[in-house]
Design a protein around this ligand. Structure first.
Ligand code: HEM
Length: 252
């Protein structure tokens, strides 16, 4: 029996598929539907608007660089909370949309125990049980959820100010808000690197929605097997034998 959240997501995915378009060519798999891509880019836009307006009003040495983008200091200050709310709303919808594939599994715990080898490049193969998202992606997703809740609570405290929450409440909120922003920013640097240069072939999943089969068996073998019914290792061997090459994505 489907839950209210699943029914809401299904309806939204269907509605967005009627408006937008995903382009999947031969040898490719659909990875992110229109609704997911729309939410992702709205999250990214509001994230950077909140980031630039926030840094502009918070750091004096960035004030004269960033605040003119928003029409000056007072306007940047006035708009920043609304950018934050926009970010939270779109990320909240994305969180519901991705709840199922982001659920932690025993395979993720095994992935984490192997993380040293994966990060150092010693382990070339993604473990065969790596599904739609790997444990690193899931960790970041849950960090953003916690960070967004911290942003919302501390932001509201700072917005209402000392008369409502007291000077100590506002002071603590400033610290937590900024620490959360720095943690998230650090994660987003890694995320942008991984989604572009780090894992070639990933970026197109958030533009036209598709990835190559080769990308899928390289980075998410269990997902590849689920959607194609083919074993990832056998697919690699077959590609090696036929010599079919796609230079941008490594043949594990
Ligand atoms: C502007 C630069 C950005 C680029 C180029 C980018 C690119 C991508 C791509 C290609 C994916 C799909 C990965 C996959 O299918 O495995 C993705 C997923 C995702 N993006 Fe972004 N993104 C950007 C900004 C952001 C921002 C600002 C946030 C949130 C604050 C964000 C949150 C996520 C999350 C949670 C996922 C799913 C898990 C993951 O792949 O890490 N992205 N992004």
């Amino acid at each position: 029996m489907s839950t209210a959240v699943e029914r809401f997501d299904d309806k939204a995915r269907g509605a967005f598929d009627r408006i937008g378009d995903s382009q999947v060519y031969e040898g490719e798999l659909l990875r992110h539907r229109v609704y997911t891509r729309f939410l992702h880019w709205m999250v990214a836009v509001f994230f950077f608007l909140a980031l630039f307006s926030g840094f502009g009003i918070y750091l004096p040495w960035l004030f004269r660089w960033f605040t003119p983008i928003f029409g000056g200091g007072p306007l940047a200050r006035a708009m920043h909370p609304w950018f934050g709310i926009g970010f939270s709303v779109f990320f909240g919808l994305q969180a519901l949309n991705w709840l199922a594939p982001m659920t932690w599994t025993p395979a993720d715990s095994r992935w984490m125990r192997n993380i040293k080898k994966i990060v150092s490049g010693e382990e070339k193969l993604e473990p065969p049980d790596t599904h739609f998202f790997n444990a690193g992606q899931k960790l970041q997703f849950w960090e953003i959820i916690i960070g967004t809740i911290v942003f919302l609570i501390t932001g509201i405290v700072m917005w209402a100010g000392a008369p409502t929450f007291g000077r100590t409440g506002v002071w603590i909120s400033y610290v937590l808000h900024d620490v959360s922003a720095l943690i998230m920013l650090f994660g987003i640097f890694i995320h942008v690197y991984q989604s572009t240069i780090g894992q070639p072939g990933t970026f197109q999943s958030m533009t036209r929605g598709a990835v190559s089969e080769r990308w899928a068996w390289t980075f998410h073998p269990a997902w590849f097997q689920q959607v194609t019914g083919r074993d990832a290792r056998e697919a690699v061997e077959q590609a090696r034998k036929t010599g079919s090459s796609e230079p941008k994505v490594p043949l594990i």
